[in-house]
Write a protein that binds this ligand. Structure first.
Ligand code: ADP
Ligand code: MG
Length: 306
């Protein structure tokens, strides 16, 4: 199949959004940004064998590629609108592309994001790059830099599920719920939007809580004290793993794509799906406590699989 036919068949479809003047098919997309709004632009690349196992289903690769971008948008407190897709294919089996497009549009449609362009190439390794544009009201972006001593530290959802799910995938010891948390992360767009004007700083948890919270604290010039027993864990994680492993996955495992943010506790009292796990301090240090005792946490947070 030539590139033109491939794009037409799998990626070009009617766009309902009225802010897309010209989408796929011209030399560039023509878009109509909302008057008086600020723009947030994010981009993320997934490389086969590095960011997902080689046998991952096409629909899950596509979902994940959209979700990791949406997660960055969520952490900024913005509303996503348009995306572009750069695809390096190693083969173009129609069944694979069909599945890929299904996962791509399923993830995009959840947040009414239109695919407005892209690029298609062939290479030695499958590489998927997605870029998403989002909008927000001027001055309302959730930055990493606003945390203040005395703020409470929160996370959305539950932590550690994706790392646990990946380990189960690698052992082929499937737990559907946990592996789905790895393969199909949920971008917390609604939570991000609900935090605008309330949270003082935010980041998405892609490389593990310890490492990502450290980035937020550094950007804000503050420290934090985290009570490990307060970190929300799923029933599935607790059923499958002992306490030490749960904590390892929750603190240092990656790929959860939950939000970690700081706010005065009263400001976010009505926001659903969030849990307080600690407090911002003026020490500059990130300290972990387990039932009141200090514990060491490896905060590299980054985990390769091979
Ligand atoms: P050009 O040679 O001008 O860069 P292309 O032939 O690469 O144009 O692309 C033709 C059209 O198809 C453009 O509108 C481009 O944005 C779109 N496109 C190409 N690849 C993809 C893709 N993987 N997903 C979505 N749109 C794509
Ligand atoms: Mg091109």
């Amino acid at each position: 199949m030539d590139e033109f036919a491939l794009i037409n068949r799998f990626f070009s479809r009617r766009i309902a959004r009225t802010d897309v003047i010209a989408g796929i098919g011209d030399d560039g997309a023509v878009l109509s940004p909302g008057a008086g709004l600020e723009q947030v632009q994010v981009i993320d690349t997934l490389v086969e064998g590095v960011h997902f196992p080689p046998d991952t289903r096409a629909q899950d690769i596509a979902w994940r590629a959209v979700a990791v971008n949406l997660s960055d948008i969520a952490a900024m407190g913005a509303r996503p609108r348009w995306m572009t897709l750069a695809l390096t294919l190693t083969n173009s089996s129609e069944a694979w592309l069909e599945s890929f497009a299904a996962g791509l549009f399923a993830a995009a449609d959840e947040h009414d994001v239109a695919l407005v362009g892209g690029d298609t190439t062939y290479g030695a390794t499958l590489v998927v790059t997605i870029s998403i544009s989002a909008e927000l009201h001027p001055g309302t972006a959730l930055l990493r830099s606003g945390a203040k001593p005395g703020d409470t530290v929160f996370v959305s959802g539950t932590l550690g599920d994706a790392a646990a799910g990946l380990s189960l995938l690698q052992q082929q010891a499937g737990d559907d719920w946990l592996t789905t948390r790895f393969l199909r992360p949920t971008a917390r767009i609604d939570t991000g939007l609900a935090l605008v004007g309330k949270a003082t700083a935010a980041i998405d948890v892609s490389d593990g809580l310890a490492g990502d919270l450290r980035k937020l604290l550094d950007a804000s010039g503050v420290g934090a004290r985290i009570d490990i027993e307060k970190i929300p864990l799923s029933e599935a994680l607790c059923n499958r793993f002992d306490t030490a492993r749960r904590h390892q996955y929750a603190l240092s495992g990656g790929d959860d794509y939950e939000l970690c943010f700081t706010a005065p506790a009263a400001a976010v009292a009505g926001v659903p799906g969030i849990t307080a796990i600690g407090i911002v301090t003026d020490t500059g240090r990130l300290e972990f406590f387990l039932h009141g005792d200090v514990v060491e946490v490896d905060n590299s947070g980054y985990r390769h699989f091979s």
